[in-house]
Write a protein that binds this ligand. Structure first.
Ligand code: XIL
Length: 455
């Protein structure tokens, strides 16, 4: 009897050991930002723009790496209510359904802001009128997205740098200090389930501005004004992560609100070089570590997928390279640093987006009135690759009339080119090329944009 029992026990523990072996593969560390953040109970998001979603590398990188999406401009007042009480949510709806189909969380950005505000609102001078307009905007927009938006930036950038005084906006001038709490009350009414945040820049460390926000949140909590979170935009410059960022997040958390890092980017003077990229990697690591050290820091969102479309060069001339993926959707050192800080494991050479796994160069070989020939050369990095993909975005009116040494698929103006077979495998440092003829009946012979990756 006793022997039989031991045998059963032995068999059971063998089975258990086998189950554990199956459940825990050799490399258990998560390989993407979203997975790694999820394993820490956080989300890792990005701003995304509907206008770029047709570019396959853009959408692929978004879907692979991120589990939260913030429409970059599509939910701003000038887009959603360009004229009084006439609403257009189409671009935002498309981004929201993309996110929902992939179980990504959605951040609504933003209901009340002095910028990207249509002229008909900035021109209002009656308090009752503007309060009614603001409440209506919030009711309609937050109402439209209710159940689909996880967090709202209810009010954005209401304080001044330096002094921490209220920023002079039409809302501040015409309604007065009370506009912020009125906005939060209206948002709660329109969407009782979304987390409602106050969002601002230069409140990442402790300073006069973050002190002013802190005092406001403390007052809101004391008086029962509905607020759930504070968004630190974190538009940072190279080498300048505030040393008290963690302490600052902790003090907000202690008021009983969540803390979100909402628009993270770390810009540098361009061009980038390896030493600046290494500093940037260390900066991203510091931000991720600060967030992980604060249990109520639950969201980290970067302000864009690729340096190619970052807002930085337009706003700060001479600066850029602020994000985790370069112009060709290759992972930068900052990507690996952020992933590692989240407990993830940077991938093997040749993984999608792996730095240096493949690069490509475009040359126009000839042109005429209404067409041109181009050639793309793909070069493997420090390891061999077994295949490659080139994505070319053609300019308006252009089509490919012939393509050789590559196999092309076309969707709108985006042409995806794969190897033909014999030119698929490339040893480290070696190259393959394909060529094409583009016709441009309208006479627009400008070069396509070309990106490449593996596979
Ligand atoms: C920026 C967008 O990235 C740009 O495309 C747009 O032209 C201007 O606005 N703080 C914010 C964001 O809250 O909405 C801003 O986004 C960047 C600064």
């Amino acid at each position: 009897m006793r022997r039989a029992f031991t045998a059963v026990l032995g068999a059971a523990s063998l089975l258990l050991a086998m189950l554990v072996a199956v459940a825990l593969p050799a490399s258990a560390a998560p390989g993407t930002l979203g997975e790694a953040a999820a394993a820490k109970g956080r989300v890792f998001g990005t701003a995304a723009a509907q206008g770029h979603m047709g570019e396959s590398a853009y959408a692929t990188t978004l879907d692979r790496e991120f589990n939260q999406l913030t429409p970059e401009n599509e939910m701003k007042w000038e887009t959603t209510e360009p004229s009084r009480d006439s609403f257009n949510f189409s671009a935002a709806d498309q981004l929201v359904s993309h996110a929902q189909a992939r179980s990504m969380a959605v951040r609504g950005h933003t209901l009340v802001w002095h910028s990207q505000l249509p002229g008909w609102v900035s021109g209002i001078s009656s308090r009752d009128d503007l309060l009614g307009v603001m409440r209506n905007h919030i009711a309609k927009e937050a109402g439209h997205f209710a159940g689909k938006v996880d967090y709202w930036d209810v009010v954005n950038e209401a304080f001044q740098d330096g002094s921490g005084a209220r920023r002079d906006s039409v809302f501040q001038r015409v309604i007065g200090d009370g506009y912020i709490e009125e906005a939060f009350r209206a948002a709660r009414q329109a969407d009782p389930n979304a987390k409602l945040c106050y969002n601002d820049y230069n409140i990442d460390g402790q300073n006069a501005k973050s002190n002013a926000v802190y005092t406001m949140v403390q007052d809101f909590k004391a008086r029962g004004v509905p607020i759930d979170c504070v968004g630190l935009q974190a538009h940072l410059t190279l080498g300048n992560v505030p040393s008290d960022m963690q302490a600052n997040m902790q003090r907000f958390a202690a008021l009983g609100v969540d803390v979100h890092i909402t628009e993270l980017d770390i810009r540098m003077n361009t061009p980038a070089d390896s030493s600046k990229l290494a500093t940037q990697a260390n900066d991203y690591k510091k931000v991720v570590q600060a967030c992980l050290a604060v249990p109520r820091c639950t969201v980290i969102t970067v302000w864009g997928i690729t340096d190619k479309y970052s807002w930085v060069p337009d706003t700060f001339p001479g600066e850029g390279a602020a994000l985790l993926f370069d112009d060709n959707y290759n992972k930068k050192p900052a990507y690996d640093a952020a992933l590692e800080a989240l407990g993830g494991e940077p991938g093997d050479p040749g993984d999608p987006g792996d730095p240096g796994s493949v690069s490509c160069a475009y040359t126009r070989t000839s042109q005429w009135n209404n067409g041109f020939n181009g050639q793309v050369t793909i070069t493997a990095g420090s390891s061999a690759i077994s295949s490659w993909t080139v994505v070319m975005t053609l300019n308006s009116g252009q089509t490919i009339s012939a393509l050789w040494n590559g196999s092309a698929g076309t969707s709108g103006n985006v042409v995806t080119v794969k190897p033909v077979g014999w030119n698929s495998t490339l040893a480290a440092g070696t190259s393959a090329s394909f060529g094409f003829t583009a016709s441009a009946p309208g006479g627009n012979v400008s070069d396509p944009s070309v990106t490449c990756g593996t596979p």
